[in-house]
Design a protein around this ligand. Structure first.
Ligand code: GDP
Length: 467
């Protein structure tokens, strides 16, 4: 990726393929000039370059003598545009031929094809947004659930940036004091109160811990809440998985043009995505599952936030209870368990009711169903939604959704622990300042005060072209 911001870039901003209209976007100093050279306004004598920002103009795109299309041209002027530069958006008819011809024409007149994320990169370079906001824009575009959208929007508005700015400023204020001491090193003065510094570091560490803890939640929002299905062989695990996935497929396929290929094994319920983890084996043959040792099965269960445990309604009461109790002891307190008494169609109602009442009496969330007949699947979906909602952040909570942010927070924390150790050991101000600076830099990596081309290249290459 090049970070050359002197050239004017162009890209198709709408999705590939044919639509009613398509939008091409230019950004850079020469946006208006290049557009003017191929645009003939419907109103004779009108000069595009003299038009005000935030105006729309109707006319034709011409290639020599040939009219390519009739279009609308929208103008934005620096610094009040998405990128902070002069931006032109050309809305043309959606034909892929027109889109390609227009793109090629604009390149011939001096624009360069934009790289993935280059518009947003320029917004970052021009100080319109910080790095975590740029990442949030990518998340927002990619969001497939209501919660993911909300969290990304919060981050885009500066959620995490504002939080971090406060922490960084506190640390900066202290390093300034510590460094001032260096200037007076002969006189043995202490501008920075050590007790106050220690209290500050501790409070920042606890803020960092809070943010870090939200990462597993953030990941669940972005990728879907990890759910796993457990239970003895032949109890109906794969039947249930297929039932849950197919029910959704049926709903989704009613919406024309939607495809769920990319989100295989993810279901979308009540604004939340649920991701069934390590279910590949379940969907193929039951033999594979039996061949997975109990240990490996537990590795996958550990990753789940919600565990669906299936028991066979045909088993007797004591068997079921001891099996479920035994299983429950292996889960961590943060995991939610739903016990499903499956194959209820093969048992008597009295028995099923007795099992359920015993289970709920022992504090389990339990539900009887028939995965095969599809009975009570909707109740299961409602239970999942309720658990998923309880697991989601409040509206204004700042949630860490990026592994990059999480790692930077952990590194900052480690430096702060070093500062605490230094304080204990009565280290001098200059040595403390080194670790404080280190922590400040790590926090700055998140918002991009501290960044390098490699990191930027990595972040922006994940964008789609045209954003
Ligand atoms: P897994 O080994 O736990 O994945 O179990 P499967 O989903 O392969 O199911 C094992 C057998 O039980 C299959 O023959 C299913 O058709 C059957 N089965 C699954 N759920 C039900 C149910 O609710 N009622 C009945 N009668 N049979 C079921």
């Amino acid at each position: 990726m090049t970070f050359d911001t002197t050239q004017t870039i162009v890209a198709i901003a709408t999705p590939p393929g044919m639509g009613a209209i398509a939008v091409l976007r230019l950004s850079g100093e020469r946006s208006l000039e290049i557009t003017s050279s191929v645009f003939r306004p419907a109103k004779k004598g009108k000069s595009l370059k003299e038009q005000k920002a935030y105006t729309i103009h109707y006319g034709s795109i011409i290639d020599g003598d040939r009219e390519v299309d009739q279009v609308l041209v929208s103008l934005f002027r620096a610094p009040h545009s998405y990128t902070g530069e002069d931006v032109v958006e050309i809305s043309c008819h959606g034909s892929t031929v027109i889109q390609q011809q227009l793109l090629e024409l604009l390149v011939r007149h001096g624009a360069r094809l934009a790289q993935p994320g280059e518009f947003t990169l320029r917004a970052f370079m021009n100080g319109k947004i910080d790095l975590s906001q740029a990442e949030a824009i990518a998340d927002l575009i990619a969001s497939t659930s209501e919660t993911a959208r909300r969290v990304a929007l919060n981050q885009m508005r500066g959620g995490i940036s504002n939080k971090l700015a406060v922490l960084r400023n506190e640390l900066l204020r202290f390093t300034a004091l510590v460094e001032l001491e260096l200037d007076f090193s002969e006189e043995d003065v202490e501008f920075a109160n050590r007790g106050e510094l220690e209290a500050l570091i501790n409070s920042i560490i606890s803020e960092i811990d809070k943010l870090s803890a939200s990462f597993s939640q953030g990941n669940a929002i972005k990728m879907g809440i990890p759910v796993t299905i457990a239970g003895k062989p032949n109890v109906g695990k794969s039947t249930l998985l297929n039932r849950l996935l197919n029910e959704e497929k049926a709903i989704v396929s009613e919406i024309a043009g939607t495809t769920r290929d990319a989100i295989e094994d993810t279901i979308h319920l009540g604004g939340i995505n649920f991701r069934f983890i390590d279910t590949a084996g379940l969907r193929q043959t039951t033999d594979t599952i039996e061949s997975i040792g109990i240990e490996r099965a537990f590795v996958k269960i550990e990753k789940a936030r919600i565990v669906l445990y299936l028991a066979d309604a045909q088993a007797n009461l004591d068997e079921i209870i001891s099996e479920v109790e035994d299983f429950a002891t292996k889960l961590s307190p943060s995991q939610n368990l739903i016990v499903l008494v499956n194959k209820e169609d093969k048992s008597t109602q009295a028995h099923v009711e007795e099992v359920l009442s015993e289970l709920t009496g022992k504090g389990f969330s339990a539900l009887a169903l028939s995965a095969k007949a599809g009975h009570n699947i909707e109740q299961l979906q409602q239970l999942l939604i309720a658990m998923g909602k309880a697991d989601m952040p409040e509206n204004e909570d700042v949630v860490v959704t990026s592994i990059r942010h999480y790692n930077a927070l952990q590194s900052a924390r480690a430096s702060l622990v070093q500062v605490l150790n230094g304080l204990q050991a009565n280290l001098s101000g200059d040595l403390l300042a080194i670790d404080i600076h280190q922590a400040i830099d790590y926090l700055g990596e998140i918002t991009g005060e501290i960044s390098n081309d490699e990191v930027l290249g990595f972040i922006f290459s994940k964008f789609c072209i045209g954003k």
